[in-house]
Write a protein that binds this ligand. Structure first.
Ligand SMILES: NC(=O)c1ccc[n+]([C@@H]2O[C@H](COP(=O)([O-])OP(=O)(O)OC[C@H]3O[C@@H](n4cnc5c(N)ncnc54)[C@H](OP(=O)(O)O)[C@@H]3O)[C@@H](O)[C@H]2O)c1
Length: 288
């Protein structure tokens, strides 16, 4: 199953559209049970996602593939490679597992700092010790990958990708990673839920992108698809990607995604208008 479950919502309030806050423990268990029953085998979490890891550990996720991420290095920390091992042991303890499928660098400035090579050394040591099967990075922009690759070759890259944000393909990095046998896990398929919001519910600050919303609505109508079907099937239809990480706030949302995931669609969708960079990067959303 290409769908993977994003787990930030299980540890803290998350999402531009999320009025409900953190997903309850009861709902989290229902989502995980339904996902497992449907064949979803991969969970995306991080040590900086509140108590997401320990909630997953309480549920029991031994037979899942878990991707977790390192929190930013603490300024007072100097023995970086040892710190990495300690951090991964901490994640495994909270997750109640002996090892994980992958550990990603979550805070790229750490990798690009003078502590970067020790960070990589720690990850490689953790891999040699069998604490993690793969090591990699989580990025916000494909441009970051040029510098990453100059320091180490990531076996997993998690990156944003959706109908408005095709930088991973357009940059040529998806092909380079695929040719090198690296796994690509994409996220932000719904732009934190923004692409699925009813126009009336969309926060005021996104109204200025009406041309984009009109284009999307027109395209969905032409394909006779809902925005959820279109966004999800568009992401799933790219063979370059091994996992599509989606976030849900309820079992109902998950069941809708599983139903929508079934069909294939043409991926030759070409936005007729320029997509503002500020719209596709949630880090910019507080700037407007
Ligand atoms: N730097 C990083 O490594 C990084 C950054 C961001 C996310 N992530 C990972 O990616 C995962 C997904 O986050 P994302 O930002 O990529 O979010 P996303 O999948 O683009 O959007 C998730 C949001 O879409 C809405 N949604 C989902 N299913 C729906 C349905 N059936 N009907 C209506 N709305 C629906 C929900 O919004 P509502 O909650 O409002 O209902 C949900 O919170 C996170 O859990 C996390 O694991 C990683």
């Amino acid at each position: 199953m290409k769908l993977a479950l994003g787990c930030v919502q299980f540890g803290m309030p998350y999402g531009v559209a999320n009025a409900a806050g953190k997903v309850s423990e009861k709902e989290t268990r229902e989502i995980l049970s339904a996902a497992h029953y449907a064949g979803v085998d991969t969970l995306d979490t991080a040590s900086s996602y509140g108590d997401s890891e320990s909630n997953l550990g309480e549920f029991g996720i031994k037979d899942w593939k878990v991707i977790t991420k390192l929190r930013p290095i603490l300024p007072e920390c100097h023995k970086i490679a040892d710190w990495v091992i300690t951090e991964i042991h901490g994640s495994c303890r909270r997750l109640k597992v002996d090892a994980v499928e992958g550990v990603l660098i979550h805070h790229l400035p750490d990798l690009f700092s003078k502590k970067g090579l020790s960070l990589v050394e720690g990850l490689q040591k953790a891999q040699t010790n069998g604490l993690t099967k793969r090591i990699g990075v989580s990025i916000y922009s494909p441009e970051d990958l040029d510098r990453v690759a100059s320091l180490f070759w990531p076996e997993i890259v998690q990156a944003p990708f959706n109908i408005l944000d095709r930088r991973l393909l357009d940059s040529g990095w998806a092909t380079k990673l695929e040719e090198a046998g690296s796994q690509i896990h994409i996220r932000s398929v719904f732009l934190q839920g923004l692409l699925l919001m009813n126009p009336a519910d969309r926060p005021e600050k996104f109204k200025k992108f009406d041309a984009v919303w009109k284009m999307l609505d027109a395209f969905c109508a032409k394909q006779d698809k809902t925005s959820l079907q279109f966004c999800l099937q568009y992401a799933l239809s790219h063979a370059e990607f091994q996992r599509v990480v989606v976030g849900v706030a309820s079992k109902g949302q998950l069941l809708q995604l599983l139903e929508a995931a079934g069909e294939k669609i043409h991926t030759d969708f070409d936005p007729e208008i320029e997509i503002p960079q500020g719209l596709i990067d949630p880090r910019c959303w507080n700037n407007f």
